[in-house]
Design a protein around this ligand. Structure first.
Ligand code: 5GP
Length: 113
């Protein structure tokens, strides 16, 4: 078992961060370094290091992450103005935390990618 990810440390309370959403499988926090007015990370409690490590058995979990992001977009009032959902994977995408997380980014006009 590799060392704990920063998100596991947040979930266990060893690193402080307000948990803005939580259920049995998933939690969400505000990104510490937001790139837009709304920047939330939707995170599975189970550590999966990268999207490459998703198994067929994780299909419901992966789908649920999108459903939670959709709900948080509604709750933060950006569902109609628009938002971006993003997974970074490995070096070229500049993934920095190796515990998958879905970025929910919006609240302002975003630059093209
Ligand atoms: P990645 O680059 O891996 O896709 O995204 C990792 C994200 O986690 C970054 O946007 C970074 O700002 C965020 N992050 C890293 N450490 C912490 C932390 O301790 N607290 C919070 N709230 N976000 C963090």
């Amino acid at each position: 078992m590799s060392s704990k990810s920063v998100f596991e440390l947040i979930l266990s309370g060893e690193i402080e961060s307000e948990i803005i959403y939580e259920d049995d499988d998933i939690f969400a926090i505000n990104d510490i370094n937001p790139v837009a007015k709304v920047h939330i990370l939707v995170i599975p409690k189970k550590k999966i290091e990268t999207i490459n490590d998703l198994k067929d058995a994780d299909v419901n979990l992966a789908g649920k992450m999108i459903m939670v992001a959709k709900e948080l977009a509604y709750e933060t009032g950006i569902d109609l103005t628009g938002y971006r959902l993003l997974f970074n994977t490995n070096d070229d995408a500049m993934q920095t935390v190796f515990h998958i997380h879905l970025h929910l980014i919006g609240g302002e006009k975003l630059k093209n990618i």
